[in-house]
Write a protein that binds this ligand. Structure first.
Ligand SMILES: [Zn+2]
Length: 321
């Protein structure tokens, strides 16, 4: 899978894949739900009870943005332009002895916004999967389709398994970019650190597994591996971030917590998203149809369009040069 990614990156560099449309994506399977949203738990099974990946409401760590808040700070840092072929054993040898120094939504190479002040916004929707997190917000996706609003969908392996038909449909639509939201939806740690009560991966080998297993699955289903990875809960430490970069994936966080882990009311989603500045990466969820996300997005998008903003997939703005 990593080897094939190199081919894809080379093709992108050569302009062979315009935009990030994947020509002739083979029909693929579905995708999972959304636990672990930054900012608040919730989501997926709204957290507390949702094992995998959700942010438990009210448990947001200090690093987590409060509803409506934005994460400021460094923007995109160095991003790998080539994908070295790394095995799990190599990852363990290279990173197994390193201790992390940071924990949060940033880190080496982590993309937190589009690095532009132009009026472009990337709407991203996580599908975290797992118990309570494998729902499918068809109203939200239907709205995006009707308004032709591009978006990047971060899909967890469990969500894909639970929603094969929906996945196949979404994967065939150039309007949507499919991205990797992990295999078990775990915070990305080399020491087992937790986020929102969800224990993270415990070592470098598990970081590799969390990323590579779903990456390989998506590569098989889509025909080409996805370009972007977001950890369950969006939390990572600096060693894990280096591992992801070394694996040739681009680790994405967010700058605007659009739905508070699918716990926001429609009004909160609307006010938060409409306040997003140009260059924002907005994080919301597509696995909680009972949440206020769809209604809030449906209210925010027309306002932003009328204000001169346009929406992009991550691959539209964050091209591999
Ligand atoms: Zn998630």
């Amino acid at each position: 899978m990593i080897a094939s990614r190199r081919v894809v990156l080379a093709a992108l560099a050569a302009g062979a894949l315009a935009g990030c449309d994947r020509p002739g994506r083979p029909g693929s399977p579905g995708r999972p739900g959304r636990p672990g949203s930054p900012g608040s738990p919730g989501s997926g099974g709204r957290i507390a009870s949702a094992p995998a990946g959700s942010h438990a409401p009210g448990t947001a760590p200090t690093a987590a943005p409060s509803p409506g808040s934005r994460v400021t700070g460094p923007t995109t840092s160095a991003v790998p332009t080539a994908a070295p072929v790394l095995t799990r054993a190599q990852v363990v040898v290279r990173y197994g002895h390193l201790r992390p120094h940071t924990w949060g939504f940033g880190g080496p190479g982590v993309i937190r916004d589009l690095a532009t002040a132009r009026r472009v916004i990337a709407l991203t929707f996580d599908a975290c999967g797992g118990p309570g997190g494998s729902g499918y917000d068809s109203a939200l996706i239907g709205f995006l389709r009707r308004r032709r609003v591009p978006a990047t969908l971060f899909l967890n392996s469990r969500w894909i398994d639970a929603n094969p038909a929906a996945f196949a449909q979404l994967a065939a639509e150039p309007l949507f970019e499919i991205a990797n939201h992990g295999t078990r939806h775990l915070p990305l740690s080399v020491t087992g650190r937790s986020a929102y009560g969800i224990p993270g991966t415990r070592n470098a080998g598990q970081v590799y597994d969390e990323v590579a297993t779903n990456q390989a699955k998506l590569g098989r289903l889509l025909g080409v591996p996805p370009l972007f990875f977001r950890a369950g809960t969006a939390y990572c430490d600096d060693v894990a971030a280096r591992i992801v970069a070394d694996m040739g994936d681009r680790l994405v966080s967010f700058s605007v917590n659009g739905d508070g882990g699918a716990t926001f009311t429609p009004g909160q989603v609307r006010s938060t998203v409409t306040a997003a500045p140009g260059g924002s990466i907005v994080l919301c969820h597509m696995n909680h149809p009972e949440s206020g996300t769809a209604q809030g997005i449906a209210a925010a998008v027309p306002y932003l369009l009328a204000s001169g903003y346009r929406f992009v997939r991550l691959c539209d703005e964050l091209r591999v040069d």
